[in-house]
Design a protein around this ligand. Structure first.
Ligand SMILES: [Zn+2]
Length: 77
């Protein structure tokens, strides 16, 4: 299982920069669909879609900090 990597055009990375990168799409054959984004700045956004329809999102900034994937304003932290 190798997955497919395709470049994507610039969009907002978890760190807030707008940058391009590569999208990795993979399928384990048991209903788990993996759609990961690897941004050029080093950020990652991991998306796992399970067979029951649930979606798990994980985002990690290029400095290694996990990010909540919600459109809430940054409260100056
Ligand atoms: Zn970044």
């Amino acid at each position: 299982m190798t997955g497919t990597r395709t470049p994507f055009s610039p969009e907002t990375a978890p760190c807030g920069r707008k940058t391009g990168g590569e999208r990795l799409i993979d399928d384990d054959g048991y209903g788990l669909l993996i759609k990961d984004q690897y941004f050029d700045c080093g950020c990652r956004r991991i998306r796992h879609e399970y067979h029951d329809g649930s979606i798990h999102l994980t985002a990690v900034r290029h400095d290694g900090k996990p990010v909540r994937e919600q459109d809430e304003p940054d409260h100056g932290s």
